[in-house]
Design a protein around this ligand. Structure first.
Ligand code: ADP
Length: 558
């Protein structure tokens, strides 16, 4: 049986794991699909941004577009021999110098280390249209030239072209002039970039023209990632937020510390992919919950059915056992009598009493079992009617007072404040009370007190408490005593006759009459069984109900 149970748990585990892993896989593939759709759908916008980056590159080359036409050998000759700079070279510098994107233009020979300030550096003077020697070495030009020299040292051996453009981020552009014939460097031209102009007069308008229009569907920020600073935004109303960025476009090999970041505002393909992604997720989530719910429900139902089958088998075994005991006693006594061996009058009477008492016990048990069966089948509520509790309980207790007195009990009855009325079958209520009172009698030994009180704490509910000061019920048994055949395992219960059916009948009957039963009990101190019923006819109740001193009517029998 244990194996069977383990197997069932294992199956449930496998089922749940499969559902979870299948869902995980589906969510993953849905997500990948969504991501690829997103990346496809923003491909167009990505291309536009990359186009901008290309435009910036060619913007820097425009003022020096004729540089490749220069005769590098002439320039080299003039540098090495301190001769006049060739006119075509100066002409090209003159064109570049009027471009507002540059502030200054410097020229140095191949070995000049402007960085240390010991080299020989010339600045182009656009007024005289000449290169003039300088004594000061501005930082930006020095850094740019130094960086270019280092990089060219590594490149020059395999370099086949006449020029090489190198950027020191957004600060300066250096063009290495090369004599491709013998792979030597002729010199370096350094163009100091006017950053303000670049941002506000060139890049800004370029971005705004391309993206400020709503139709573009994106907002673009020019962003300096080294300073974590937005330099320009196409839409000032949208605050830059890292989480909103869908596309990042670099400026390869130029403006290294800047990039373009864009957030996609509206894109029909993106919107539909997003909505179908979330719809699929919700549908899948609901289906999975439903599947898991159904599995767990089936598991619990199967478990319950199994428990029921076990308890029915247990019930049958118990019934058979309980019936056999009195029958065996009766059989043995009857056998002895039938043999005619018992002549002694006293023994004859004793056998007769045995048979009688066992028959009575058998009868009581069969009656109780019939009650259990009927209560189980819900057939015991025959005549539900409005019952005036005070009156019903009073008359019931009147008829039982002498029995309780015989048993040495003090009976207290505290009727309800108003005239509480419930809707129930009177016979059922009597059966319930009889069982509870019988138990109080059976399981009280030292202090024999039985208190029955009717309480109403709110307008809708009534509570009947049946309280004794008897043996009490250990906490661990309290949950189970309403089960059929369950008896507490202690000496008092062992000594007391019973079948463990009374409380099961009580609970079923209470439920069938629309109520419920609860128990408060302390081992060795007593028990209070409370019957809760809905009120049938509502009376206004005093809010001070509980505080009022209601004296118990004590039954003192003479
Ligand atoms: P039984 O025929 O054994 O009395 P019940 O179903 O009426 O069967 O009660 C189940 C068990 O609950 C009893 O065997 C007893 O151990 C415990 N019990 C019931 N009522 C009381 C009580 N008033 N005080 C102490 N124990 C009780």
């Amino acid at each position: 049986m244990a194996n069977y149970l383990t197997f069932r748990w294992i199956l449930l585990g496998i089922g749940l794991t499969s559902i979870v892993s299948l869902t995980g896989m589906n969510v993953y593939s849905l997500y990948s699909l969504h991501v690829s759709t997103v990346s496809n759908s923003i491909e167009n916008q990505k291309n536009q941004l990359s186009e901008v980056s290309e435009q910036v590159r060619s913007r820097f080359r425009t003022p020096v577009k004729n540089i490749w036409k220069l005769n590098m050998e002439h320039i080299q000759f003039s540098v090495e021999n301190d001769e006049d700079t060739p006119d075509e070279f100066l002409e090209m510098l003159g064109i570049a110098a009027v471009d507002p994107i540059f502030t200054e233009i410097y020229f140095s020979g191949p070995d000049c280390n402007a960085c240390d300030g010991d080299g020989r550096l010339q600045r182009f003077n656009p007024v005289t249209n000449q290169l003039e020697w300088v004594n000061e070495y501005p930082d930006i030009a020095s850094d740019g030239l130094y960086m270019a020299r280092i990089r060219m040292l590594a490149l020059i051996d395999n370099y086949r072209w006449k020029t090489r453009v190198l950027f020191d981020t957004h600060r300066s552009m250096t063009i290495a002039l090369i004599n491709p014939g013998d792979h030597t460097i002729v010199g370096y031209l350094n163009f100091v970039i006017k950053t303000d102009f670049l941002i506000n007069n060139y890049l800004g308008p370029l971005l705004s023209n391309a993206f400020a229009d709503e139709k573009s569907g994106i907002n673009v920020w020019l962003y300096d990632w080294t300073k974590d600073e937005v330099l320009y935004a196409t839409d000032l109303t949208q605050e830059y937020e890292r989480s909103n960025v869908d596309i990042i476009q670099q400026f390869p090999d130029l403006l290294d510390d800047w990039n373009l970041k864009a957030s996609v505002n509206h894109n029909p393909a993106l919107a539909s992919s997003r909505s179908s992604f979330y719809t699929s997720l919700s549908v899948m989530g609901a289906t999975v919950l439903f599947l898991i719910g159904a599995m767990v429900f089936m598991f619990i139902t199967a478990q319950r059915e199994r428990n029921l089958a076990i308890s029915q088998a247990g019930f049958l075994a118990n019934v058979t056992h309980e019936l056999k005991t009195p029958l065996s006693v009766m059989q043995a006594a009857g056998e002895n009598l039938a043999d005619g061996r018992v002549n002694n009058k006293k023994r004859l009477i004793s056998y007769g009493e045995h048979i009688f008492s066992e028959a009575v016990r058998l009868r009581q048990m069969i009656d109780k079992m019939l009650d259990v069966a009927k209560a189980d089948a819900g057939k015991l509520v025959q005549n539900a009617e409005p019952l005036h509790l005070n009156k019903t309980l009073q008359s019931y207790l009147d008829s039982h007072a002498s029995y309780l007195e015989q048993k040495g009990f003090t009976l207290q009855f505290v009727p309800g404040e108003s005239d509480p009325v419930i809707f129930a079958d009177e016979d059922n209520l009597k059966t319930i009370l009889t069982n509870l009172i019988e138990n109080a009698v059976k399981y009280s030994s030292d202090e024999k007190l039985l208190k029955i009180s009717v309480n109403q704490n709110d307008i809708n509910h009534i509570r009947i408490d049946i309280e004794d000061k008897g043996a009490g019920i250990p906490r661990k048994d309290q949950k189970r005593i309403f089960e059929k055949f369950y008896r507490v395992e202690d000496t008092l219960t062992a000594k007391t006759k019973g079948h463990g059916l009374g409380l099961s009948i009580v609970r079923n009957l209470t439920i069938l009459n629309g109520g419920k039963i609860t128990l408060k009990s302390t081992h060795c101190k007593g028990s209070t069984f409370s019957l809760h019923f809905p009120v049938h006819i509502k009376h206004e109740i005093s809010t001070k109900n509980d505080k009022r001193d209601r004296t118990a009517a004590e039954y003192i029998t003479k």
